[in-house]
Design a protein around this ligand. Structure first.
Ligand SMILES: [Ca+2]
Length: 72
């Protein structure tokens, strides 16, 4: 499992980056320089410490951590 990375819950569909939770367009993006570089081949997104926690698109079978939101 890749360290200093986490899934951020958006994916590429029909030419747009959308929330994996509700299917809406991503309201905010923070891509690293040069990313996303191919949403058709790399249709899932991570935040990555290597890029100062900016985002990168990667293949969806990439194993890494997940960020979750819970009601407290
Ligand atoms: Ca990429």
């Amino acid at each position: 499992m890749a360290d200093r990375q986490a899934w951020i819950g958006i994916h590429f569909k029909d030419g747009s980056w959308i929330s994996s939770n509700d299917g809406r367009l991503a309201a905010y993006v923070n891509w690293a320089l040069g990313e996303p570089n191919d949403g058709n081949v790399e249709p899932c997104a991570i935040t990555w410490g290597r890029f100062q926690w900016r985002w990168a698109d990667v293949g969806c079978t990439h194993e890494t951590h997940a960020v979750c939101e819970i009601d407290m």
